[in-house]
Design a protein around this ligand. Structure first.
Ligand code: CA
Length: 237
């Protein structure tokens, strides 16, 4: 049986917390309500939830302070955080994202949209959570040790290239458009140009050496990782 994802709702207004909780329950999540920063911290100390919905304006510490602290802590640094707030302007959006929030939703919001955003962060985080090795041909990537090898030789990749390769490997042989890669690897709240993908693909190929040939450009469509263009291992003499 699938485990019910736990959503920690950090919100000081009971009416909003109640509305969110009811909708979460109906959609197959288990909401846990924390009405202030201290309670939220205590909840997080006892169990790391699957997602945190974090109100900005809270009694005591602000949501922004909490997000920053949780991001800095190894135990909670990868928990998805969606900031929830009445502050809608750009400066605050940027501050929220800078503090480490995965997404941002301004009040008043539709519960439908909120649920869609929760599902989106869960989908994006999912590949990181199943730690372990992914193998495509002679190429191996291990998310628990952050090691990438080709034919037993270690490759040195930057963090974005690592994420990019992980995504391509877990979706091997399938063409991914630049927009898809931006969404899955960078996250769709990031306003960057599709050209950025090309830059990182180029870096990835360079870092992969001979194995870089496995990252195939599909003209007019995007990229894919494929065994069809994989270099042959040198035969032993
Ligand atoms: Ca509030």
């Amino acid at each position: 049986m699938r485990r019910v994802p736990v959503v920690l709702v950090v919100e000081d207004e009971p009416a909003i917390a109640e509305l969110i909780s009811v909708n979460l329950k109906h959609s197959g999540f288990r909401p846990v309500w924390a009405m202030d920063a201290a309670t939220a911290q205590a909840e997080l100390d006892s169990a790391v939830p699957d997602v945190v919905l974090l109100d900005w304006m809270l009694p005591g510490e602000s949501g922004l302070t909490l997000a920053k602290r949780w991001r800095a802590h190894p135990r909670t640094k990868s928990v998805p955080i969606i900031m929830l707030t009445a502050r809608g302007d750009e400066v605050d959006r940027v501050a929220g994202l800078d503090a480490g929030a995965d997404d941002y939703i301004a009040k008043p919001f539709s519960t439908k949209e909120l649920l869609a955003r929760i599902r989106a962060v869960l989908r994006r985080r999912a590949p990181e959570q199943d730690a372990g090795a992914v193998k495509v041909g002679d190429l191996t990537l291990d998310t628990s040790t952050y090691r990438v090898t080709f034919a037993e030789e270690a490759l040195k990749l930057g963090p974005t290239e690592f994420k990019l390769l992980h995504y391509l490997m877990t979706h091997a042989e399938r063409v991914q458009s630049r927009a898809q890669l931006l969404d899955k690897v960078w996250g769709d709240h990031v306003y960057i140009e599709e050209r950025t993908v090309d830059v990182h693909v180029k870096r990835l190929r360079e870092a992969m050496g001979a194995a870089g040939a496995m990252v195939d450009t599909v003209r007019g469509a995007g990229y894919r990782l494929t065994l069809q263009t994989a270099p042959q291992k040198q035969a032993a003499v």
